[in-house]
Structures are given as structure tokens and as C-alpha cells.
Design a protein around this ligand. Structure first.
Ligand code: P6P
Length: 351
């Protein structure tokens, strides 16, 4: 007979503990996290049987607002999020990477305090090859009354998020979140259908040994980005390399690139390192989305002791100009990303 799990703290229990820090809390925020965790469990079930389930693999015949082919699981994950978050009264507006416009929700009897922007299944082009994929979400509080909502309630900075998180559907399904009191990871025990605390108070290393970037774009990067990546490869002076016993191969980093942002980010968060998606010729703002990818992961990185930049400033300081705004992204170990930002901003590398 299996031993009882060592740590029995579920994500709901963790949120209730967090709620106790806010005596006036209504429980709506805790309820919202329960809705997101429910969506994650449902999506995890489908992702993990994708190879067996008929008609859930492969692409639909549609393109999303990003001009990307919608995978069947993208569509499924988006529907699950819309249903789990849109019918429980906590959310007044949802923004999805898969949907062109914001979705305004009638919270019914609920207080509809929150705006949730999400990428329901990031990296889904990898799904047919059984590569880890993920969900990313950011949560903001509305600024206006329910009968007067608008873009001002949606286009808020990453620093104004009340919480952010991601789910990684990999060798196990993990739910990682921050609400400003540290970063905590929960692993799904599918036999009991609960996310159990497995990584309490995650802190990311100050420097890392990994850089994650798609080097196929190298010919289309600016000279400054090219030089910066070269320095990551061949070594730059850091507190580590100035040590007498610095590793013989200098501070050069190793490359690891899965092509699935959540998987690359999660590995670098735990091990240390940087993920880069620079602008390139034809994509002056890069590929990644500010609100449903960069800002939520930036809040997590910062709360774990890391940093996230667009090459000129902190991602968390940027006010989006539209729901699907793209941004260059350099994210991970604090000292490494600060060095990247200093190097690019001194070179005046425009974004
Ligand atoms: P490229 C997936 O489409 C994604 O948004 C991220 O998950 C991933 O890191 C990146 O794009 C991969 O993009 O241009 O390297 O194929």
C-alpha cells in the first residue's frame, strides 16, 4: 500500500492561509484560485491522454489572433478556462491569447473583482511530440465599477497584478504561483486529484549557467543582441568568474531550448539561467505577448529573486497599449538579466 503523501498541503489550503493574512478578504480571490486549479486539472487530464484520445491531437483549420494555427488542445484549453472562470462570479473580464477581444462577463450575484488574462496552452505546437506545454495566467483587480468597465481595467502594468502563475504539463503537472508572498509550486497527485505543495518558497539562483534562445534567428538580430548572446556563450565577468576557483571554461553558459516557454522558464527558475526572446528583423517587438506571457512570468521571476526585462526596463513597469501587445523578453537569474538590460540599454538597442 502506498505511503501517505509527505506533504498534505493542498493549493486550496495554501490559499486559505494566504487569505488569513487579509482579515477583510471575502474569499473571492481564494475561490478564483480554486477555479483556475480546476481548469488546470481538466486540461492536464486531456493533455496526458492526448496520445490516446481520438480527435484531440493535431490542428484545427483556424488561425488565432496571433496568426498561429490553433491546435485542437488550444481550443479545448481555452474553452475549459472560459467555462471554469466565467461562471463563478469572481471574474468580470477575461483576455485569452486565443481570442481577439476581451470577454466581458456578467458576474451575476458575484462581485466580479478580477480580470484574468491567460495563454491557455502555450507551446501547443509541441503537443503531438509529447513535449511539455503550459498554461500562463495573470490576475488584476478591476479599477472601475462593474457598470463602467473598459480598457483602463485591462491595460494595467505587470506590477499591478495581484497574482500570477503557470501550470506545466510535463513528466508531472505542476501549478506554480505568486501572490506577492513568495513563489510556491504544487504537484498534481492524479490519484486523488489534488495539487499538493512540493516546492515551497522557490528562490532562483542569482546567476545561472543556462541560456535559452532560438539561435536560428541570429542572422536577423541586431548586432548588439548578437554580441550580447555571444558574451553569454563565451563568458562574461560575473561575481562568480572573478572568483579564483572559477570553472576552467570561464563563465560561458550552456544552451537549453525546448521551444516551450513554460518548460524553459520553469527549468531556469529552479536551476538558474536566462530565457531570451529578442526582437528580430520583421518582428521589432519579438514574438511573445506582454499580458498573457511576459508580465505573469515576470511577477513570478521577481518574487523568486529573479528579474525580467524588455531590454530597456523591467517588464513589470510597462503599460500595455493593447491586449495582445508583443514584447521582447529577457527573464531569469537577476544578475544575468540585469547585465543583459545594462548591455542592451547602453548600446541604445532599440526595441
Ligand atoms: P520559436 C510557443 O509558440 C512560444 O510562444 C513559446 O512557448 C516558445 O518559447 C516560443 O514561442 C518558441 O518560438 O520562434 O523559437 O519557435
Amino acid at each position: 500500500m502506498a505511503l501517505p503523501p509527505t506533504n498534505l498541503q493542498t493549493i486550496e489550503a495554501h490559499m486559505l492561509e494566504l487569505q488569513s493574512l487579509h482579515p477583510t478578504a471575502s474569499g473571492a480571490f481564494t475561490g478564483l484560485f480554486g477555479d483556475i486549479a480546476l481548469a488546470a486539472k481538466i486540461i492536464s487530464r486531456e493533455v496526458n491522454k492526448a496520445g490516446l484520445a481520438d480527435d484531440i491531437l493535431g490542428a484545427t483549420d483556424q488561425e488565432n489572433v496571433q496568426g498561429e494555427i490553433v491546435q485542437k488542445l488550444d481550443e479545448y484549453a481555452n474553452d475549459v478556462f472560459m467555462k471554469c472562470l466565467g461562471t463563478r462570479g469572481q471574474v468580470c473580464i477575461m483576455g485569452s491569447e486565443e481570442v481577439a477581444d476581451p470577454v466581458y462577463i456578467d458576474p451575476g450575484e458575484g462581485n466580479g473583482n478580477y480580470i484574468v488574462v491567460f495563454d491557455p496552452l502555450d507551446g501547443s505546437s509541441n503537443i503531438d511530440a509529447n513535449v511539455s506545454v503550459g498554461t500562463i495566467f495573470g490576475i488584476w483587480r478591476r479599477k472601475n465599477r462593474l457598470n463602467n468597465l473598459g480598457m483602463e481595467d485591462i491595460l494595467q502594468t505587470g506590477a499591478e497584478q495581484v497574482a500570477a502563475g503557470y501550470v506545466i504539463y510535463g513528466s508531472s503537472t505542476m501549478f506554480v504561483y505568486t501572490a506577492g508572498h513568495g513563489v510556491h509550486g504544487f504537484t498534481l497527485d492524479p490519484s486523488i486529484g489534488e495539487f499538493l505543495l512540493s516546492h515551497e518558497d522557490i528562490k532562483t539562483p542569482f546567476n545561472g549557467k543556462i541560456y535559452s534562445v532560438n539561435e536560428a534567428y541570429e542572422p536577423r538580430w541586431t548586432p548588439e543582441v548578437r554580441e550580447m548572446v555571444r558574451a553569454l556563450k563565451y563568458g562574461r565577468q560575473t561575481k562568480e568568474t572573478s572568483r579564483k576557483d572559477a570553472p576552467s571554461r570561464g563563465s560561458g553558459m550552456s544552451t537549453r531550448y525546448i521551444g516551450s516557454l513554460v518548460a524553459d522558464f520553469h527549468r531556469n527558475l529552479l536551476y538558474g539561467g536566462v530565457y531570451l526572446y529578442p526582437p528580430y528583423e520583421g518582428k521589432p517587438q519579438g514574438k511573445l505577448r506582454m499580458m498573457c506571457e511576459a508580465a505573469p512570468l515576470a511577477l513570478i521571476a521577481e518574487n523568486a529573486g529573479g528579474y525580467a526585462s524588455n531590454g530597456q526596463q523591467s517588464i513589470l513597469e510597462v503599460t500595455p497599449d493593447h491586449l495582445h501587445m508583443r514584447t521582447p523578453l529577457y527573464i531569469g537569474s537577476r544578475d544575468d538579466v540585469l547585465w543583459i538590460e545594462k548591455t542592451l540599454s547602453e548600446s541604445g538597442d532599440s526595441i
